[in-house]
Design a protein around this ligand. Sequence first.
Ligand code: SAM
Length: 326
Amino acid sequence: MPLIDSFERHIDYLRISITDKCNLRCVYCAPSKPQRNFKQSEILTLDEIVRFVRIAYKHGLIKVRITGGEPLLRNDIVSLISEIKKTGIRDLSMTTNGIMLADAAQKLKMAGLDRVNISLDTLNPDKYRDMTKMGNINQVWDAIKEAERAGLSPIKLNVVPIRGINDEEVLKFASLTFDKDYHIRFIELMPVRRNIDWRRSCITKEELMEKISKLGDLIQLEFRGKGPSRNYRIKGAKGIIGFISPVSDCFCDYCNRLRLTADGKVRPCLFSDIEIDIKTPMRHGISDKELESLFLSAVAVKPAGHYLNKRDKSFSVPASMSKIGG
Ligand code: SAM
């Protein structure tokens, strides 16, 4: 039975932040003031995550994305992937910065990971170090190569274009699709605390498309399906260009997702403070039936939308993507 929320949306996708720790400090993601990381005991354990996924799957969730923080910082990541896949989840993916992926790609694939999104916001090694505060871009290219070799495909590269920082590289990223069947996903900058003037820095899909169309005709591949990405192919290219535009072309009416935070809260909308704690009740011994009720109550309170694009409405700005899972 499909899981339908109060606004007739079909909920089938869970994004799980499995750690709030990260090995990079990306300028647009890391909070403006340093924050304390969760203690190990505050983070959901493998068994707790898998128990929750089992309940979610029973009620119709079929897609899970593992994110963070940097998910590969968790020592039990391979077992976690394997246990989540065993629940029956059909589409199991991960978003990673790729720094530690090269060595893990094959093991993750064997454990049941279907595909990866790798975050890469610049192709310039020096700028990469600047934007991430410490990253070595060669490790990301190794990761991409190993992920392809392992069959974690299609390889999706997440790019957040930011005015004045990496916007002059949009064409270079789009050009990668001529030779490779990568999916380049341009994600609109979202507000995370106030560390960047996001309204000024955010680049809309229209602006990006105008630039990219200099490379050739952009053919729309599909109308909006379930996912938030609007997909195109440059005529003659192998890969795909996707635009995810939560601000200028908000997809709340189609939103099919719930989030589980690293410290065990179900968050039905990234830009709302509504959270349902499942960790405390689980640690106090609730039954599966009670956990199911909590899960369903999170679906029931999923808001209609976030109003990011309407200046007169309020929305909640997450303190940090890594705690909630970007
Ligand atoms: N550490 C992993 C990584 O770097 O991919 C996973 C966590 S990261 C928070 C997940 C995704 O969120 C990345 O693709 C990142 O680009 C995106 N992200 C983080 N902050 C963002 C923001 N302010 N606006 C848009 N996307 C953001």
